[in-house]
Design a binder for this molecule. Structure first.
Ligand code: J2J
Length: 542
């Protein structure tokens, strides 16, 4: 289905005025923010890799060069560009380069392939795709070239060793005058870029985040997480993800003049080595990755510099949480956030957070916990989490119909999470009502995969459900009703079909079962019955 509707739903005037009055929204663009960082922290290291480092002035310079390139390609303020780069300094140079040029990046994840990227290009009418000069990017270039879309492609070389010395090694950047980048002229209360929704619908939804709202969440997060110029933050998970970008992430670290160490891969081999070398004191992990790190730490001690380990993105088992101080020698901070806005943190000076996901960033994050009829439930009782506030969106990009369901009339976002408010006022995530699978922190919208499977030869109907998994939290199971029960398609054929569609591989079902799908009284596929049936049975690989 083609998405339609407004690009951006502004906050109601009264709330916007309040957020400004409180100093949450400061009327600053990302261009001015980055300029301020370059002036304040000029020669301090900003980005660090195993090969080399870039100081704040270099970051400004490199981003400015990219901005010039984008403007030269004909991109204009307000245009969209899909940014599809892995963990590498080029991610930041291009991200900030687009912002300086006033162009809005769509923050694609490295795992996305042509199914997702094409959808982003179509939805935003993106003028540019920026990918890696690697097989992934080249495949995308070919795919996008075959489409009747006016999108251009730009593949960035990522070979750090062979790249020419960066400009600031040749000439000192003149920071005396503020160049007039188009990004400066933008309205800070308008979208700066698009984050991606984990989603629960057939089409991936885009999240317009404004300069004002995002920078507020970054500043407030940096404060809650006690970041300082001494912060050395390890970016192990994908940089484009909201957690890594803003909770407090790389932007929080850059806000205060700290260092962002970029790990190309999240494995302990790569990351422990970087930790030893650069005195890393903070890292963000998903629970599935934490398990791998805990196992590795039993064999190879983690450097004493590590002070804070953030864990978020998916439910963390209390038994696993309990191991963090001992095994990693660090304070555990649980983070419960979402690209749509609301982020909760356990506080660093509190007790070890075993079974709580913390407190919202802002005193003006409004939290409602309600029953199926939108009526508030008493504290201690699980309910649907609804929220609105100074950095939670009021609507998705061009999705009016979906917005009417995803937001209440009062503008509260229906998170799709089930939570309980505990005695100390913190939130505990107890479950989920949205039709999504959280596979080790990677979100899969069931409907998207079901739609895809319906097009496969031999499939009459399909339902995707999650199944508990000790390592990933959940794995996906595709329940298939075949057109001819005597000759069902094979799992290998179905996987191949989905791969050829260009879906990100984490979305491919881990398992397939062939059966007649149960129905509800209303005639819809009864997923609850499917979940109950398969949760009770042991997992087996197919
Ligand atoms: C249980 N479920 C969680 C948690 C997210 C910081 C941290 C995470 C995200 C993120 C983020 C959870 N326990 N601790 O954007 O800034 C599930 C919930 C939530 C969904 C959002 C950030 N932390 N979740 O994970 O947009 O279901 O953002 O609604 O990818 O992840 O997913 P996403």
């Amino acid at each position: 289905s083609v998405s339609s509707g407004s690009d951006f739903t502004p906050w109601p005037a009264e709330r916007a005025a309040l957020y400004r009055e409180l100093g949450y929204w400061q009327g600053q663009t990302f261009t001015d923010w980055l300029w301020e960082r370059a002036q304040r922290y000029g020669a301090s290291p900003a980005l660090v890799t195993a090969e080399r480092q870039w100081n704040y002035r270099d970051l400004w310079q490199q981003s400015g060069e990219r901005a010039q390139q984008f403007t030269g390609l004909g991109l204009r303020p307000g245009d969209a560009a899909v940014l599809h780069l892995p963990n590498h300094p080029e991610f930041f140079f291009n991200f900030f380069g687009l912002l300086l040029a006033g162009v809005r990046p769509v923050l694609a994840l490295p795992a996305h392939r042509h199914h997702e990227i094409t959808a982003f290009v179509r939805q935003t009418e993106a003028q540019l795709y920026i990918g890696p000069d690697q097989p992934v990017g080249r495949e995308l270039q070919a795919q996008l070239g075959n489409l009747p879309l006016p999108v251009r492609t730009l593949l960035q070389p990522l070979d750090l060793d062979r790249s020419a010395p960066h400009r600031s090694e040749l000439q000192r950047t003149d920071l005396a005058a503020m160049p007039t980048w188009p990004g400066r002229q933008q309205d800070p209360d308008q979208p700066a870029f698009y984050q991606l929704s984990g989603g629960s619908t057939g089409t991936p939804k885009l999240i317009p985040r404004t300069h004002d709202d995002y920078l507020y969440s970054v500043r407030a997060s940096a404060e809650i997480c006690a970041l300082s110029p001494q912060t050395v933050y390890l970016a192990a998970l994908p940089l484009a993800h909201n957690f890594l970008l803003s909770s407090p992430g790389s932007l929080g670290t850059l806000h205060v003049g700290g260092q962002v160490v970029i790990a190309p891969q999240p494995d302990p081999g790569t990351c422990f080595g970087l930790m030893e070398r650069y005195g890393i004191n903070m890292v963000a992990l998903v629970p599935a990755l934490l398990l791998v790190w805990l196992e590795a730490a039993a064999r190879r001690p983690v450097p004493a510099s590590l002070a804070v380990v953030q864990v978020g993105g998916a439910p963390l088992a209390p038994e696993v949480a309990a191991q963090v101080p001992q095994q990693l020698g660090a304070t555990l901070q649980q983070v419960f956030g979402m690209a749509e806005g609301l982020v909760n943190y356990t506080r660093l000076d509190g007790p070890l957070p075993l079974d709580t996901q913390g407190f919202a960033i802002s005193p003006h994050d409004e939290i409602l916990i309600v029953d199926d009829d939108d009526q508030p439930v008493p504290d201690g009782t699980p309910g649907h989490l609804l929220t609105r506030g100074p950095y939670t969106i009021c609507g998705y990009f061009r999705a009016d119909e979906h917005n009417s369901r995803a937001f209440t009339r009062d503008g509260f976002y229906r998170t799709g999470d089930l939570v309980t408010r505990l005695a100390d006022g913190s939130l505990r995530v107890t479950g989920r009502s949205k039709d999504q699978i959280n596979r080790g922190g990677e979100k899969i919208a069931a409907e998207e995969i079901e739609h895809a499977l319906l097009g496969a030869p031999g499939v009459h109907n399909a339902a995707l459900i999650g199944r508990p998994d000790p390592r990933l939290g959940e794995r996906s199971l595709a329940c298939i009703q075949s057109a001819d029960p005597a000759a069902p398609p094979s799992p290998a054929e179905l996987r191949r079909y989905l791969l050829d569609l260009g879906l990100a591989t984490y979305k491919l079902p881990d398992q397939f079962e062939f059966l007649t799908l149960p129905r509800t009284a209303a005639g819809k596929v009864n997923k609850r019955a499917l979940r109950e049936h398969f949760h009770a049975r042991p997992t087996q690989e197919t």
